[in-house]
Design a protein around this ligand. Structure first.
Ligand SMILES: [Ca+2]
Ligand SMILES: [Ca+2]
Ligand SMILES: [Ca+2]
Ligand SMILES: [Ca+2]
Length: 549
């Protein structure tokens, strides 16, 4: 713009600028605080020192200073700033470019001074609206403050109760500890008595089993002897032994020779006692009983289990088992409940004891092969006597009492830990946030349900089902200035190829506890907006605006 073409316009502008303000005369677009820098009686110096000029060049619509300070009221400088006084509302600084651009930017219309603008002074109206809004806010806040007081009272009480509970739980633990040693000693003594009683019975049982086994082995040997002695002359000869080629110790020659058979017998033939004592030990593992049909006139093997009860075995039995006398048998169950067992043992010809009552379902005798002598399979432990049962029951009871106390103690310790964690939690200066502890608040969006469980976690769950995704575990208060204005939740589910999910929850005052919004402003970092009465503080609403006039 050429200077000479706007001279008259500028004079008018300067004139207008000085007639504008009713209370303090100052150049157009200058704030009260800066007015001192514009002294019409002196030359004007640019704020940035880029020039000095007669005061008439201020607001002459020509930009003289680099910082635009000589044109506070026009749009001549691109980087200038225009101050709206906005009497009745709030002062405002706008960029110079908005001066006389045809749009009302200041509520007092002062930015559109050049033309007959249609800008009306709306400052008072604006203030009325704003004031009404502030009053509503203040009313909500004061309702919130009332609720907050209730929260606070409950929070303070809860904390006191928690502390008292911890003290009581500690007392309980002390009582348990005082009792602990005696329960432990009682348990250990009872267990020792139990072990001693059982060990003693096991010794007897083991001996008994050994004898049964020996008898069983001898029975097998006797049967084998009977089977091998095909001509029934009372001895097994080499020829008879050769009928069992599986006994050939050097099978490479495909022949079980007489010499080889004699080597095993260590004689031409052996009679029963020697066979049972010596020979059987050498061949028992290899010996295969032949089906009855193949052995001549030997029908005893037809029903091997009955062998045990046949009378003609008695003499042999006694020879084979000299130790299996009545004394041993009498060691066996004195328990009247075990009558059946006892009666069986009293029968002299019983070689294999019947299973103890508890074991009846289990097979005691297995037949590996149809014709083979049955295998013996007795349980590891005997059926305990009634005395031992009584001692074992006492040990069970002592153990139960001790374990019960131990469990109670660890339960109490866990409760104390939980309470102490809660007591140490920062629920705000007045404990009002305690109200939110243990509660969860949800927000449904199109795709997800978001969840905030204050002091615990944040999460996201797809609405079409599917697992909940952790967006973070309680971390700390994180508000700037007022730390209770934001919460941080950290270490949520790790993002694929990224960081752990985390959530910042902005807390503001509201009538109710409500999760207002949830977003993900940057990848895996979520932002929740939450309102709660616990964050409410009284708002003072000024009667009139803080204007500068
Ligand atoms: Ca100028
Ligand atoms: Ca404007
Ligand atoms: Ca013979
Ligand atoms: Ca051979």
């Amino acid at each position: 713009m050429l200077r000479n073409s706007i001279i008259s316009h500028v004079s008018l502008a300067v004139l207008i600028s000085y007639s504008y303000s009713s209370k303090v005369d100052r150049p157009r677009g200058v704030s009260l605080t800066r007015n001192v820098l514009y002294d019409p009686s002196k030359d004007f110096a640019c704020f940035d020192g880029s020039g000095r000029m007669p005061f008439s060049q201020v607001n002459d619509d020509y930009c003289d200073c680099h910082d635009g300070s000589d044109e506070p009221g026009t749009s001549a400088c691109p980087n200038g700033s225009f101050h709206c006084t906005n009497a009745g509302h709030r002062p405002l600084n706008i960029p110079s470019s908005r001066v006389n651009d045809g749009i009302c930017d200041c509520c007092d219309g002062s930015d559109e001074w050049a033309k007959d603008s249609s800008c009306e002074d709306s400052c008072k109206e604006l203030w009325r609206n704003e004031h009404a809004h502030l009053l509503r806010q203040a009313a909500a806040a004061s309702r919130g403050v009332e609720v907050r007081k209730e929260y606070s009272a409950r929070g303070v009480q809860k904390k006191a109760e928690d502390k008292e509970r911890v003290a009581n739980l500690r007392k309980e633990i002390e009582e348990i500890k005082a009792n602990e040693e005696s329960l432990k000693v009682r348990k250990e003594n009872a267990e020792k008595a139990e072990n001693d009683a059982k060990d003693a019975e096991r010794v007897v049982w083991t001996n008994f089993k050994e004898k049964v086994q020996q008898q069983h082995d001898a029975r097998q040997a006797a049967n084998a002897f009977t089977e091998l002695d095909t001509n029934k002359d009372g001895s097994v000869s080499a020829d008879e032994l050769r009928q069992h080629p599986e006994l050939d110790e050097s099978a490479e020659d495909d022949e079980f020779t007489e010499d080889e058979a004699r080597d095993i017998l260590e004689a031409v033939s052996v009679e029963a006692p020697e066979f049972i004592e010596v020979t059987w030990g050498k061949i028992s593992e290899k010996f295969q009983s032949k089906p009855a049909a193949e052995t001549e006139a030997n029908h005893e093997n037809d029903e091997p289990e009955e062998d045990y009860n046949e009378d003609d075995d008695e003499e042999e039995d006694d020879d084979l088992d000299p130790d299996m006398d009545d004394e041993d048998e009498e060691d066996y169950p004195e328990d009247p409940e075990d009558k059946e067992y006892e009666n069986d043992l009293d029968e002299p010809d019983i070689d294999i004891p019947p299973p103890p009552p508890e074991q009846v379902a289990q097979p005691v005798v297995e037949e590996a092969h149809e014709e083979e002598t049955p295998q013996i399979n007795l349980p590891d432990d005997p059926v305990w006597s009634s005395d031992t049962k009584f001692i074992a029951a006492a040990a069970d009871e002592a153990r139960r009492q001790y374990d019960e106390q131990q469990k109670k103690k660890s339960d109490l310790e866990r409760d104390i830990q939980k309470l102490e964690k809660e007591i140490e939690m920062d629920f705000g200066s007045d404990e009002a946030f305690h109200e939110l502890h243990g509660k969860c608040f949800e927000l449904d969006t199109h795709e997800y349900t978001y969840k905030l469980c204050p002091f615990d976690k944040t999460a996201q769950k797809p609405k079409d089902g599917g697992a909940e995704t952790s967006l973070g575990r309680w971390g700390a208060w994180s508000g700037r200035g007022n730390k209770y204005s934001a919460m941080k939740y950290l270490s949520g589910l790790k993002c694929w190829n990224g960081p752990d999910r985390s959530t910042t929850v902005n807390i503001s005052c509201g009538d109710e506890n409500k999760l207002l919004s949830a977003s993900e402003p940057s990848r895996c970092e979520y932002k929740f907006e939450f309102t709660t009465p616990a964050a409410c503080e009284a708002i003072e609403v000024p009667d009139r605006p803080h204007d500068e006039l």
